[in-house]
Design a binder for this molecule. Structure first.
Ligand code: PCA
Length: 320
């Protein structure tokens, strides 16, 4: 009896010393991003001997993807993940990884992130947030129900969008933007609501889009990143050793996540082919049209973001 009591008291002290965070994300538990977060959380728990436990809440169950940043900022939930380019209203520079045809491979995506990160850290801190790590989606390709020969083929088509950049691109093509969260793409397709979309091969596989989309064009348009972050006060409240453990695990998660993304890129494209989709490049004329559209997008973007755009793109283009 006495032993039990001691054990209970001990457990109570340990529980008391334990911090618990919840981490909200809008992507499915099976997504490679979420699996990486779960792995990260496990590392944090292990290396802090249970002093910090991070419970991952996927699939929009705690907060919807679009509300996660505000919820973390307001301290309603300690941590979250979102797609960085969805933060452009609060942090314009967060859209740097969703500009068409700037980054065409993972090495350049990494160079871009290295230049973008200090600015993201600064803006996050000013908003009471701390960025932990970011991981790219595989390259963004173009899905269509029918073969496309030129930009004018998109007029009046319904194009699925997931951030402000994809909305602007749909507008430039004369298509109708339809905002569909990643986890609802399959449903929207089954309901016949979409004629095209720009996203990764892995997102196509997760939503089994081959039932509707027949074509996947590998245009490598951009490499958008998901970012994992935490409320700054919650982070600052941790013991120094625990903080360090979180940062170490975040560094590892970033490296691991980039490798996972590359693996997914190749595997998912193979899967799309195996399911009978036609995977190819687009006709040169159409490609040239898309590149011009990308240039127009870049000009608009730089103009709206101002000087911080130079802090990224002057070194990106001129200091290799
Ligand atoms: N998948 C997510 C974002 C980018 C991607 O590849 C989506 O389609 O919403």
């Amino acid at each position: 009896m006495k032993l039990l009591l001691i054990a209970a008291l001990f457990a109570a002290t340990v529980t008391h010393a334990q911090t618990r965070w919840q981490l909200a994300t809008g992507y499915r538990a099976e997504s490679f991003h979420t699996q990486n977060i779960v792995w990260f959380a496990g590392e944090v728990e292990r290396t802090t001997a249970g002093a910090l436990r991070i419970e991952v809440r996927p699939n929009n169950t705690l907060y919807k993807l679009g509300d996660i940043r505000q919820a973390v900022q307001a301290g309603q939930v300690q941590a979250g993940e979102t797609i960085m380019s969805s933060l452009v209203e609060a942090i314009p520079i967060a859209g740097a990884d969703a500009i068409p045809f700037v980054v065409g491979n993972y090495a350049d995506a990494k160079r871009l992130w290295d230049l973008q990160r200090p600015l993201i850290d600064k803006h996050f801190a000013a908003q009471g947030l701390k960025a932990l790590y970011a991981v790219p989606w595989p390259p963004q390709g173009l899905y269509t129900v029918a073969p496309m020969r030129s930009a004018s083929d998109f007029k009046g088509m319904r194009m699925r969008t997931y951030n402000q950049a994809t909305v602007r691109i749909a507008e430039m093509l004369g298509a109708t933007p339809v905002d569909v969260p990643m986890v609802d793409v399959k449903k929207a397709l089954a309901g016949g609501q979409l004629d095209s979309m720009i996203t990764s091969a892995v997102t196509g596989v997760e939503n089994q889009v081959w039932s509707q989309f027949r074509h996947y064009h590998e245009i490598n348009a951009w490499f958008p990143k998901n970012i994992v972050f935490v409320n700054l006060q919650a982070f600052d409240a941790l013991q120094p050793a625990v903080k360090q453990a979180v940062l170490n695990a975040a560094g590892e998660a970033e490296l691991r996540g980039w490798a996972m993304s590359q693996d997914e890129a190749a595997g998912s494209t193979r899967k799309l082919k195996a399911e009978g989709m036609q995977v190819d490049r687009i006709a040169p004329g159409f490609e040239a049209e898309l590149k011009r559209l990308g240039e127009r997008f870049s000009r608009e973007w730089v103009r709206s973001v101002g000087n911080e755009a130079n802090l990224i793109f002057v070194p990106y283009y001129f200091q290799r």
